[in-house]
Structures are given as structure tokens and as C-alpha cells.
Design a protein around this ligand. Structure first.
Ligand SMILES: Nc1ncnc2c1ncn2[C@@H]1O[C@H](COP(=O)(O)OP(=O)(O)OP(=O)(O)O)[C@@H](O)[C@H]1O
Ligand SMILES: [Mg+2]
Length: 308
């Protein structure tokens, strides 16, 4: 009990320290997707969906004249007015942030206003230079932690409270790694990196363990059976989805490959301690959802989800 109290205090201190140190411009997304006041709400719907955003600034030339969000979209659709121009539905009172403000100001604004995003403007020129969401803040803090990782006592600096505050349904944090084929020296590195990032995010130890085991098996299959590929994890409130993709030889009979004990691993791989034919079975046991698609000569796409 005492230990966790101590950790709790340190976590908060470090999180606070970071949001005072970091500036809005370090966290913001610089490429801002915008609409024009004369665009229709149907256009807004399409653009938001294509980019998986929940809101965006409305620009008349270089001047920001409003902000339009999913909520405005829902209101316009409910009233059957999707062909009306954005200018009739957007919010004209836009709360903005300056690029050079400390992140703590942004955090306070998120708390105070409950908006999903803030346009960021340059203090001198007043030009729009970015957009900031809570996910951007978390991503920036994670990168910052990663940079300082070796100097830190990891467990003391988990920004757990940040992640639990993620209340936006569309919020997704993506982590992406390349896996080299046939490189046994590096085998397992990607799943360890992923594990560390998930720990940093404050996911529960059981969830992290299941994802780490399943990712390790997926990584090893790419190392052993393919020339390499990519492992990506998508962290959303309530779930983590991991995808392992390769352009390797493919699996002729997926159902058979899923059977415990089935393996085509050559002897030299077995000598290294792999090839028991338990990998895919373990992935299934560790995950809540599993999808395995494969085409001979084209490659394999394995996707599993763990509910958090
Ligand atoms: N990405 C992949 N590309 C091509 N074949 C694959 C791939 N992943 C799995 N396989 C095939 O599916 C079989 C079963 O995979 P699984 O991971 O369950 O066992 P294994 O890798 O052979 O042994 P273990 O994982 O216990 O070390 C493999 O032997 C291989 O034939
Ligand atoms: Mg395997």
C-alpha cells in the first residue's frame, strides 16, 4: 500500500513536469485538414470519415472562421440538412491555443471546455499552424518518455491517468514496427518494444502479458517463415489490436496451421528451440478475437485483439 502511494505521487509529479516542459507545438499535428465555409455538411461527413477525425477548422482563405465537428454533423443530419453549407452549422467561437504555450495550458483547456480538439495558431502571425487532440498529447508524452527511457525508473513515470482520461471513441494510438526475416539475433525485439510501450500506457499487467506473448509468436513466425514484414498495434479505449503482415509464402491450409502441434519448421529451426507448432494456438489462447488470412504466394495477414 505504501509503495503504491509513493509511486502515485511520483507519477503525478513526472506527468506534471512533462506537461510544463513540453510545448503545444511539440505535440500538435502539423498537417491540418480543413474545410471551407461553402462546403456542404455532406462534404464534412466524407472528409471526417476518410481521415478518421471528429472535427476540423473551417477556413476562408487564410482566416479561420469556425470549427465543425461530428456533433454539428449529427445535428444537421438529424434535421435533414446535409446539403447545407458548413457556415450554417459550424461553431464560430473558436477557442485556440498558441504554438508556444506549455502543454499544461492545453490540458487545462481540455478540462475546462470539454472540446475534442483545439486549433493551434502562431502568436505573431496568427496563422493556423496545427491542431491538438488528447491523443496528440499522449503520443508526445510517450515519445518524450521513450527518449528519456534509459535514464528513468520506468515504473515511476507511467502516465496512467492520461490514458484513462481518453474519452473520445475515435481516439486511436498507433504503434508500428518492422520485423526482419531470418534475423534470429533481433527476434523478439519488436514484441519487447511493444510490451514496454503498453506498460508505459498503463495497461493492466495481464493485458500487457497476453499481447506480449501473442506478439512474440507472431513476430517469430515472420522471422522464421517469411522475409520480414510489419507489426502494428492500434490502441483504443477498451481494446488493443495487433496486426502482423507479411508478403511471404502464405499458408496453404489455415485451419491445419492453427492446430496445436502442426509445424513446417525445418530441423535447424527446431534445433534453435522453435517449431513446436504452438505459436498460432498460443496467439488464439491469449486473444479475445483472431483473424488469420493468407494466400499462397502472396502473404499472410494475422490480426488479434485483446480487450482491455
Ligand atoms: N507468417 C507465416 N507465413 C507462412 N507460414 C506461416 C506463417 N505463420 C505460420 N505459418 C505456418 O503455420 C505453421 C504453424 O505456425 P505456429 O506458429 O503455430 O507454429 P511454428 O511456428 O511452426 O512453431 P512454434 O510457433 O511453436 O515455434 C508454421 O509451421 C508454418 O507452416
Ligand atoms: Mg510459430
Amino acid at each position: 500500500m505504501k509503495d503504491s502511494d509513493v509511486n502515485g505521487t511520483l507519477q503525478t509529479t513526472r506527468t506534471q513536469e512533462m506537461i510544463y516542459e513540453l510545448r503545444v507545438q511539440q505535440a500538435m499535428t502539423k498537417q491540418v485538414i480543413t474545410v471551407e465555409p461553402e462546403n456542404t455538411m455532406a462534404d464534412v461527413s466524407r472528409v471526417l470519415e476518410e481521415n478518421r477525425h471528429s472535427g476540423m477548422p473551417v477556413m476562408k482563405g487564410k482566416e479561420m472562421v469556425g470549427i465543425v465537428s461530428v456533433e454539428d454533423l449529427v445535428r444537421s443530419f438529424q434535421q435533414g440538412n446535409s446539403s447545407q453549407p458548413v457556415k450554417q452549422w459550424m461553431s464560430k467561437n473558436v477557442t485556440t491555443l498558441y504554438a508556444d504555450e506549455p502543454l499544461v495550458h492545453a490540458v487545462q483547456k481540455f478540462e475546462r471546455h470539454g472540446y475534442g480538439r483545439f486549433p493551434v495558431i502562431d502568436r505573431k502571425t496568427k496563422a493556423l499552424v496545427g491542431i491538438l487532440t488528447k491523443v496528440d498529447i499522449i503520443r508526445c508524452m510517450l515519445q518524450h518518455l521513450e527518449i528519456n527511457y534509459h535514464d528513468l525508473e520506468r515504473r515511476q513515470y507511467i502516465p496512467r491517468e492520461w490514458f484513462s482520461e481518453l474519452d473520445c471513441d475515435r481516439a486511436t494510438l498507433s504503434l508500428r514496427y518492422h520485423i526482419d526475416g531470418a534475423n534470429f539475433e533481433k527476434a523478439g525485439e519488436v514484441s519487447s518494444k511493444l510490451k514496454r510501450s503498453l506498460q508505459t500506457l498503463g495497461l493492466s499487467p495481464d493485458v500487457v502479458r497476453r499481447i506480449a506473448i501473442a506478439s512474440f509468436e507472431a513476430e517469430l513466425n515472420l522471422v522464421i517463415f517469411t522475409e520480414g514484414g510489419e507489426l502494428a498495434a492500434s490502441v483504443e479505449p477498451g481494446r488493443v489490436t495487433v496486426t502482423a503482415v507479411d508478403n511471404g509464402p502464405g499458408i496453404p491450409d489455415v485451419e491445419l496451421a492453427m492446430q496445436p502441434g502442426y509445424s513446417t519448421a525445418p530441423d535447424w529451426v527446431r534445433e534453435l528451440g522453435f517449431g513446436a507448432g504452438m505459436g498460432l494456438h498460443n496467439i488464439k489462447k491469449c486473444s479475445d478475437e483472431l483473424k488469420l488470412e493468407s494466400k499462397v504466394g502472396e502473404g499472410t495477414n494475422l490480426q488479434f485483439t485483446v480487450f482491455t
